[in-house]
Design a protein around this ligand. Structure first.
Ligand code: CAA
Length: 379
């Protein structure tokens, strides 16, 4: 057993940490306050090949793999979770379906610009009446000659406003449940495709989340991804990978909360000594550090399994569940250590809590992760 990261993985982590610390962390509070999408930062991330990490060189990637990618997600999210979710939703949800299930032609056409950071992508699964019950999709796709006609609404879609393509699910075989769902590549400039104004959210305010409306959207027949009726399974597999990146995002937030609380506890003096000298505070910091490290190990293991081509449904659900609950707990404890100051916008810990909460909801709630894990146990 070898827990060591490779030289190139260590180099990528150092590079991203350096970039995020210098260029992203200093503006994260401002992006959050102004709910400003991080266009310029994303351009710089593209210049550093960060969008390319999980994809092979055949399609514009660097071939570094999923472990390298989750290291980058953690470092970006530690500085700014809004940028982290934008990055993760693009790579592991928006681009991955084509990378995993597309034809050679589809991969060259859609994965390549996404891996190069020339186009943003999104993942359209959730609907107003199909959230945790993703199989309850009502969007329809009907084959009419040589094109599909799509009608339906998708909600809570990360990157919807700025994406060049969205991968969506739609019912093609009514009455066949999840086996009647197919997936499609939908270019966002197709007539009939529109996006509503972004949601006003509790956190992740600099990320874009909006509703997609499709009214008689016509796409070529060969924009079907994989085979008819396989869309639900494809999306479940994509979510298995996406949940690892939400785990990494959570670890980034938890690490940021830990470091902020530790620095504050060392500086802030009460009763004649630094807070860090009080056992009550030390125990909080020790618990935060322990949970964050264990969450990181779970995320790395799930990513490693994915890179090895092994099954990882259970491990990704566990990593996402544990890491997201760790991020919320760490942010809450950080606020407690900061006391009254932690409750103000003067310090970043209130943002960490607002951002962390989405980790327990997005890409499958904690309840859905427990359901997935229980099914994997054979319940
Ligand atoms: N890998 C491969 N196949 C899978 C799978 C997986 N991980 N999970 C399920 N399947 C297969 C099953 O084997 C089954 O196959 P058969 O038809 O051959 O038997 C089929 O898929 C149906 O599976 P289930 O019977 O388990 O389906 P279900 O209806 O009970 O749903 C669920 C299972 C786990 C609850 C699923 O609906 C789920 O994950 N829900 C949460 C959805 C979610 O995470 N949504 C967030 C999306 S993020 C987003 O949209 C916004 C954004 O931009 C971030």
């Amino acid at each position: 057993m070898d827990f060591a990261l490779s030289e190139s993985q260590l180099m990528i982590r150092r590079m991203v940490s350096d970039f995020a610390g210098k260029e992203l962390a200093p503006i994260a509070a401002e992006l959050d306050r102004e709910s400003r999408f991080p266009h310029a930062i994303l351009e710089k991330m593209a210049g550093l090949d960060l969008f390319a990490l999980p994809f092979s060189e055949d399609y514009g990637g660097t071939g570094d793999g999923y472990v390298a990618y989750v290291l980058a997600v953690e470092e970006i999210s530690k500085a700014c979770a809004s940028t982290g979710i934008t990055y993760a939703a693009h790579c592991s949800l928006g681009t991955n379906p084509v990378y995993l299930f597309g034809t050679e032609e589809q991969k060259l056409k859609w994965v390549t610009p996404c891996a190069k950071g020339e186009m943003l992508s999104a993942f359209g699964l959730t609907e107003p009446d199909a959230g945790s019950d993703a199989g309850g999709t009502k969007t329809t796709a009907v084959l009419d000659g040589d094109q599909w006609v799509i009608n339906g609404t998708k909600c809570f879609i990360t990157n919807a406003t700025y994406a060049g393509m969205v991968i969506i699910t739609a019912v093609t075989e009514p009455g066949q449940g999840t086996r009647g769902i197919s997936s499609f590549i939908v270019p966002t400039d197709t007539p009939g495709f529109s996006v509503t104004a972004p949601y006003e959210k509790l956190g992740l305010k600099a990320s874009d989340t909006a509703e997609i409306i499709m009214e008689d959207v016509c796409i070529p027949a060969d924009y079907l991804l994989g085979k008819r009726g396989e869309g639900f399974k494809q999306f479940m597999q994509v979510l298995d990978g996406g949940r690892i990146s939400i785990g990494a995002l959570s670890v980034g937030i938890a690490q940021a909360a830990l470091e902020a609380a530790l620095n504050y506890a060392r500086e802030r003096r009460q009763f004649g000594r630094p807070l860090s000298k009080f056992q009550a505070i030390q125990f909080k910091l020790a618990d935060m550090a322990t949970r964050t490290e264990l969450a990181r190990l779970a995320v790395h293991r799930a990513a490693w399994l994915k890179d090895q081509g092994q099954t990882f449904t259970r491990e990704s659900a566990m990593a996402k569940l544990f890491a997201s609950e760790t991020a919320v707990a760490a942010a809450l404890e950080a606020i407690q250590i900061f006391g009254g100051y932690g409750y103000t916008r003067e310090y970043p810990v209130e943002r960490y809590l607002r951002d962390a909460k989405l980790m327990e909801i997005g890409e499958g709630t904690s309840e859905i992760q427990r359901l997935v894990i229980a099914r994997q146990l054979g319940c």
